[in-house]
Design a protein. Structure first.
Length: 173
C-alpha cells in the first residue's frame, strides 16, 4: 500500500507542475505565434484581416479558456487522487502522523482551490477577456489576489507532498 500511496503522491505532484507549465506556455504561445506570423504567409494574411491587436486578444481568450478548462479538470482530478491517497493511508495501515497530516493539508488546499478559488477566477477572468485594461476593470485586483492565493497554496501543497513522500520513503515496508 505504501507504494500505491507514493505513486499517487508522485502523480499528484507531477500533475501540479505540469498544469503550471501548461498554463504559462499557453499565454507565451500567443506571443510566439504572433511573432512568427511573418514566416508563415498564410497566417500573416489571415492576421492582417483581423488586425494584430484583435488577433492577440482572440488568441489570449483561447489560451484563457483552455487554462480555465485545465484548472477545473485538474482540480477535480486532484480530488480523485486525494481520495485514493486517503484510502491508501487509512485503509492500508499507514499510521504515520506526518504523512497523514501532510496529505490532509494537501486535500484541504485542493478543496479550497477547486470549490472556491478556481470557480471565482474563471468567472472574474471571463469578464476581463475583452475588457479594456486602462483603467483596470472592476475586480481586477481581486482576480490577481485570487490568482496569487492559488499559486501560493499550490506551493504549500507541493511542499506538503514532498514532505509526505520523503517521510513515506523512510517508513519500514
Amino acid at each position: 500500500m505504501k507504494t500505491l500511496v507514493a505513486a499517487v503522491l508522485g502523480a499528484w505532484l507531477l500533475g501540479s507542475l505540469v498544469i503550471a507549465f501548461i498554463a504559462t506556455q499557453n499565454f507565451r504561445t500567443v506571443d510566439r505565434v504572433l511573432r512568427g506570423a511573418s514566416e508563415r504567409p498564410e497566417l500573416a494574411e489571415r492576421l492582417k484581416r483581423v488586425g494584430t491587436a484583435d488577433a492577440r486578444l482572440l488568441l489570449r481568450h483561447l489560451a484563457s479558456e483552455m487554462n480555465r478548462f485545465y484548472f477545473r479538470a485538474w482540480g477535480w482530478s486532484q480530488l480523485l487522487l486525494a481520495l485514493v491517497a486517503l484510502v491508501g493511508l487509512w485503509g492500508g495501515g499507514i499510521h504515520d502522523r506526518v504523512v497523514r497530516g501532510s496529505v490532509l493539508v494537501m486535500v484541504a488546499i485542493v478543496l479550497i482551490a477547486a470549490l472556491h478559488i478556481t470557480p471565482e477566477v474563471v468567472t472574474i477572468g471571463r469578464r476581463f477577456d475583452f475588457a479594456p485594461r486602462d483603467p483596470p476593470p472592476p475586480d481586477f485586483a481581486r482576480f490577481w489576489r485570487l490568482h496569487m492565493a492559488y499559486t501560493l497554496l499550490d506551493f504549500v501543497k507541493l511542499g506538503m507532498g514532498v514532505v509526505a513522500l520523503f517521510r513515506l520513503a523512510r517508513l519500514p515496508s
